[in-house]
Design a protein around this ligand. Structure first.
Ligand SMILES: [Ca+2]
Ligand SMILES: [Ca+2]
Length: 514
């Protein structure tokens, strides 16, 4: 029997909500679905592709909502679509938690597939601008978090909890204690914090760390993996980036293409108890340390970290601690561009440019297997300083330009200083008249001659460093120089490969580069 038309229509209408009919709910003073943000979240069962649009009184206007928002699992999306909470395009919307007790401006707890966009968050008390707790597939975009106690943006887990696939993009965080803090809570053993992306963010003027990622039980590894911090600027904080207690159980981690400067810090970028991290193409400069008596370091690979690759970074202007420099004593008291310390082993530091630091590269401690290849270390007081307390000759220093470094108050040029011969040094290019500590013999293929650098620390066309290095199998096949250019034939010494192959459509040619 044919169904009556009205019955078919009714059936279609009943089916629509099941199919996920996306709705935009509005929040504003008048003419909107709700007058408070939490009212919209509590009043609707938000599902995939639903949006909450928060409005000023007039388009393009500015409005502050004195609220502390909470979103639980009942309001989340799924793989078919996100729930989006956003300020109206063109409006300036602030969520101010002032006077509302110990709360974050926004708390996401136990939920998933949520986007939060176009909002300013301020005056949290004892929490964060936004807290992402035990929540996954979360995207923050165009969030400004400022003057929050303690954290601008916080991602966290406890036992048996997961926060994964969290991305923080184009956000600004300032005047907080911490700009972005992602952590595994004390006592956690089974949770997972992974696939965390922080990109294109401006993190500045935080009293503690700019970006800090760690297990709160120091040295507890196994809960954090696959962190990617790239194209961020971190300045005027106490520490810029700390990545601790990570491994590659889900995937490796990356800290790339960031600019880190003018942080008052003992370590601008610090890696603790972590493995399989690439730190590449960062600009790390002019980080002082006004409170330190010990370390003032640009990039610091610390506390048993291993399989960290430090590649193509430019590191300069770390000079705060010069008077305390013991020069040859067994101490890490230092201002150093790149520092490997405290049992860190099997790391690679290659194709970096370090200048205008007290020490260019300092390898300190008992770790072995660290490879220092193809760096330029110039205009520092000391090029490379090695304090290695092992009889194993497993650390290697090869293909570096270590020239034009001077030691204060000493007339000789201690470009490469070593305490014990627990390393292999060869194929390095020293300045025209270097001096070395007694008992040290220059590697058989190392050269004492002017490398003929250009003013921007590249090889000049007639540099004797061109094609003067040694090819290191397993490394140079895929290496890129400081300019991102591949290595042609015999590696040049230093971080600049001057020539490369060039394809003109018909054949390969050798092209002079820069
Ligand atoms: Ca070459
Ligand atoms: Ca080059």
């Amino acid at each position: 029997m044919k169904k009556p038309f009205f019955l078919v229509t009714l059936m279609i209408l009943l089916l629509l909500p099941v199919a996920g009919w996306a709705t935009t709910y509005t929040v504003g003073s008048s003419g909107c679905d709700y007058t408070t943000i939490q009212g919209a979240i509590d009043g609707e069962d938000l599902g995939p592709n639903d949006e909450v649009e928060i409005r000023a009184d007039t388009p393009g206007g500015t409005k502050t909502y004195n609220e502390a928002i909470t979103i639980y699992s009942s309001d989340g999306g799924d793989s078919s679509g996100y729930v989006t909470i956003r300020g109206r395009e063109g409006d300036t919307i602030t969520i101010d938690a002032d006077g509302l007790g110990d709360k974050s401006c926004i708390l996401l707890y136990g939920t998933q597939y949520i986007k939060v966009k176009n909002l300013t968050l301020t005056h949290s008390s004892n929490r964060a601008g936004i807290t992402i707790h035990h929540s996954s597939y979360i995207e923050l975009e165009n969030i400004i978090a400022h003057d929050c106690d303690h954290y601008g943006i916080r991602v966290m887990i406890g036992d048996d909890q997961t926060s994964e696939h969290v991305s923080i993009s184009n956000c600004e965080s300032y005047n907080n204690d911490y700009g972005i803090y992602c952590y595994v809570s004390t006592g956690t053993t089974t949770g997972s914090l992974n696939n965390l992306i922080i990109q294109y963010c401006n993190i500045h003027d935080n009293s503690e760390y700019g970006i800090r990622i760690r297990h709160q039980d120091s040295g507890t590894i196994g809960n954090i993996s696959a962190v990617n911090i790239h194209h961020c600027v971190i300045t005027n904080s106490r520490g810029a980036i700390t990545l601790a207690e990570t491994n590659d159980s889900v995937g490796p981690s990356y800290i790339c293409h960031n600019e880190v400067y003018n942080n008052d810090t003992s370590s601008a970028i610090q890696i603790n108890y972590s493995s399989y991290v690439t730190i590449a193409d960062n600009l790390v400069h002019d980080n002082p340390c006004t409170y330190c008596t010990y370390d003032n370091l640009g990039i610091n690979i610390d506390w048993s970290s291993h399989h960290v690759e430090v590649l193509r970074n430019i590191v300069y202007g770390h000079t705060s601690i010069a008077t305390n420099q013991p020069w040859g004593e067994s101490s890490a008291s230092n201002s150093t561009g790149i520092h490997i310390c405290c049992g860190a082993h099997d790391n690679i530091v290659a194709y970096n440019l370090c200048y205008d630091n007290i020490t260019g590269i300092h390898v300190h401690g008992e770790g072995g297997g660290n490879k220092i290849y193809n760096n330029i270390l110039t205009n520092n007081c000391e090029g490379i300083h090695l304090d290695i307390y092992t009889e194993e000759v497993t650390n290697e220093v090869k293909n570096n330009i270590i020239a034009n470094n001077t030691r204060p108050g000493v007339s000789v040029n201690y470009d490469l200083y070593q305490e014990k011969n627990a390393f292999i040094e060869d194929y390095n290019f020293f300045g025209a008249s270097p001096s070395f500590s007694s008992g040290y013999t220059l590697g058989a293929h190392s050269i004492q001659q002017d490398p003929l650098l250009t003013p921007n620390y590249h090889l000049s066309h007639n540099s004797p460093c061109i094609n003067a290095g040694t090819f290191i199998s397993g490394f140079h096949e895929t290496a890129l120089d400081i300019d991102g250019q591949p290595i042609l034939g015999t590696p040049d010494i230093g971080c600049d490969e001057r020539k490369a192959l060039w394809w003109d459509g018909r054949g390969w040619h050798i092209q002079r580069m820069y």
